[in-house]
Design a protein around this ligand. Structure first.
Ligand SMILES: Nc1ncnc2c1ncn2[C@@H]1O[C@H](COP(=O)(O)OP(=O)(O)OP(=O)(O)O)[C@@H](O)[C@H]1O
Length: 535
């Protein structure tokens, strides 16, 4: 409620327009009863049929004018609701990128649309009730103030009763939904294991376990039904009791000087305007409101953030230092790495090789801090950039794609120079320059990898981890990109390499094989003066 009020307060213009157009509706409500009263008193009952018909024509004209206003109202509601929907979509996408889960697509499509529709419905219903009530109450007062004495008290009592049901009913509906989900979860598990349940003769135990959530759901449903009953009572008190009272007190009202036309007009206000508006309000707030409440809660709930992996700084002169690192993907899984020690001096080019599944990507993820070791310690310099095999290119300009890892965007000359060094200059030209839009689907795997490599080159990381990041480039292009990183000042380069040449070019080679690891220095180095290597 608070965030909805804050949101509406942030859109004063649309809210003002909505109010102004809604006033037309209030005017029509008022005119409907008033014109009928006049048509009777000054027209048909006074024997002047022309005047009666004239007043009825005025009422009909008012309906047409109000219909125009209603059309405008819909536009204002759209202007209010669409930005809310966009904000929700942004939030859902950000959350899905931070912590992807299976429900992200449902949230993005189904739930956001429900939120938008229900929010629009709610604004329409609330607004309609407020303005209809204003129009009807003003009309009653204008016809005869005594009418308000009869109508206002039950109407007020009904509204108070209704307001009192809002919170308890919403809570009970939420409890019911939670109970419903618990039943679905319990039954889902049981259905998945039906064959085993029958084989083990465990039907009674499973049924007993399912009884608790089923009973809880039944109790929750009964509680919702009780409060829904109170809500129906509030419609009767607020919308129907005034009609009854008006009929019962009709003789008294006539004695007080209220005209028959005014009485008929009052009945029109009550039956044609107030009662339907009250019913829509209760229906709207009751069903739509709770739906919105539940959906928004889900959409806005923050996911449980995975605990950050802390990677401490390595001792000098190393960029990476691993001691006795053990890692397995599950408590009962074979360890991928077992007791691995590795010290990589800053400025070194390390190649990690080994057969498929030997743990090369796992090791780079541990160094990058994406995985936490099960045992031992991983230490690495803080500024790191990891380029995975699946290069990520998004629909945006080439410039945005190349520079989005830079805290301060580099100039165009620097960006183009980086593209040139990596060997992507021809590609950026072909796409249409830095301002052209990159279409990820139209680029080949190798082209996407080139863009990701330039992005990593421009990023401030002193430790660059290339996990088969050039696997789709031809050997010459791969060599060029690799050389660019080697020549980049103050850079430690770790390359996961399948090609033999890539390993031969490195200062150090870590060969992984099962849980064994061997660190060697290839014979053909000599392009760089290494600090004392821990071999
Ligand atoms: N998320 C995961 N959950 C469970 N097991 C995984 C997961 N990721 C990798 N593994 C397993 O861990 C082992 C090492 O995988 P990893 O991807 O690190 O090997 P790799 O040497 O990089 O392989 P490749 O050369 O094929 O890319 C493999 O047996 C793999 O099946």
């Amino acid at each position: 409620m608070r965030s909805a009020t804050r949101y509406l307060a942030a859109h004063p213009r649309d809210l003002t327009l909505l109010t102004l157009w809604s006033l037309l509706e209030a005017g029509q409500t008022w005119l409907l009863g008033y014109a009928l009263a006049r048509a009777l008193d000054d027209g048909f009952l006074a024997g002047v049929n022309g005047a009666g018909l004239g007043w009825l024509a005025v009422a009909a004209g008012a309906v047409a004018v109000a219909a125009y206003g209603t059309g405008r109202v819909y536009r204002c509601v759209a202007a209010l609701v669409e930005p809310a929907r966009d904000a929700l979509v942004r939030r859902v996408v950000r959350r899905a990128l931070d912590a992807p889960d299976d429900a992200a697509v449902s949230r993005l499509t189904h739930q956001v649309e429900i939120a938008r529709d229900t929010l629009a419905g709610l604004i329409l219903v609330l607004r309609s009730f407020v303005f209809t009530a204003i129009g009807a109450l003003v009309g009653l007062f204008v016809l005869a103030p005594q009418l308000l004495l009869v109508v206002a008290p039950p109407l007020l009592a009904g509204l108070i009763l209704f307001a009192a049901t809002l919170r308890p009913l919403a809570h009970r509906q939420e409890r019911f939904l939670a109970a419903d989900e618990a039943v679905a979860g319990e039954l889902g598990r049981a259905v998945g294991g039906l064959r085993d349940i029958r084989a083990a003769g465990a039907e009674h135990r499973v049924a007993a376990a399912a009884a608790a959530p089923v009973n809880a759901e039944r109790a929750a449903a009964e509680s919702v039904a009780r409060w829904a009953g109170v809500r129906v009572l509030s419609v009767s008190v607020g919308g129907r009791l005034p009609i009854l009272l008006l009929l019962i007190t009709a003789p008294w009202l006539l004695r007080q000087g209220v005209t028959p036309g005014a009485l008929a007009g009052a009945l029109v206000y009550l039956t044609q305007s107030l009662l339907p508006a009250l019913q829509s309000l209760m229906e709207g707030l009751g069903t739509t409101g709770s739906r919105l409440f539940v959906v928004l809660r889900r959409l806005l709930a923050e996911p449980a953030a995975p605990p950050p992996v802390r990677v401490a700084a390595p001792p000098d002169p190393y960029a990476i230092s691993l001691s006795q690192v053990t890692f397995a993907y599950g408590p009962h899984a074979e360890p991928v790495l077992k007791g691995l020690d590795l010290d990589v001096p800053a400025g070194t080019h390390l190649a990690i090789t080994g057969p498929s599944g030997s743990g090369k990507s796992t090791l780079t993820a541990l160094i990058a801090g994406l995985l936490a070791p099960g045992g031992g310690e991983v230490r690495a310099v803080a500024d790191r950039v990891l380029v995975p095999q699946e290069a990520y290119v998004f629909s945006g300009t080439v410039r945005e794609n190349l520079t989005y890892l830079c805290p301060r965007p580099p100039g165009d000359a620097e960006t183009l120079a980086a593209a040139e060094r990596i060997g992507a200059a021809e590609l950026t030209d072909r796409i249409g320059g830095l301002d052209a839009t990159a279409d990820p689907a139209a680029l080949s795997g190798g082209e996407r990898q080139l863009l990701a490599l330039v992005r990593a080159y421009l990023a401030p990381g002193r430790l660059v981890l290339l996990d088969e990041a050039a696997s789709e480039l031809d050997p010459a292009a791969e060599l060029r990109a690799e050389r660019a990183f080697r020549r980049r000042p103050d850079t430690t380069l770790v390359v996961v390499a399948h090609r033999a040449g890539a390993a031969a070019r490195a200062d150090l080679v870590l060969e992984l094989d099962g849980s064994e690891a061997e660190l060697t220095r290839p014979r053909s180095t000599g392009h760089r003066s290494d600090p004392a290597l821990p071999l």
